[in-house]
Design a protein. Structure first.
Length: 102
């Protein structure tokens, strides 16, 4: 990337943005999966006991929206933190070393 004229801060931003997007996407998928599992669990328990779903009253599993938002933010933050080391490595890599390794 340095060969193309990118400076060090551009490389860092690219790596961290990519890591944040991966973390955000993973957080969204995790929240969606959690809601599906929660819905299935509530419906399964309601069928076993012969009850109908009563809009949150008496449900076994409830996920509050604030928790889902915090989970997505946390996953994004973890993505950024985990992307920092590869970003630092890419910033310190010389253009000649990168070409040699490819």
């Amino acid at each position: 990337i340095k060969v193309l004229g990118a400076n060090i801060s551009d490389i860092r931003k690219m790596f961290l943005l990519e890591a944040a997007m991966i973390g955000f996407g993973g957080g969204l998928m995790g929240v969606a999966l959690s809601y599906l599992i929660s819905f299935g669990l509530n419906e399964g328990v309601a069928r076993i006991y012969g009850q109908q779903s009563m809009g949150g009253v008496g449900q076994m599993s409830v996920i509050v929206p604030e928790l889902a938002i915090i989970a997505v933010i946390f996953a994004t933050f973890i993505g950024i933190v985990s992307g920092y080391l590869p970003a630092r490595r890419a910033m310190n890599l010389s253009a000649l070393e990168a070409i040699r390794n490819e």
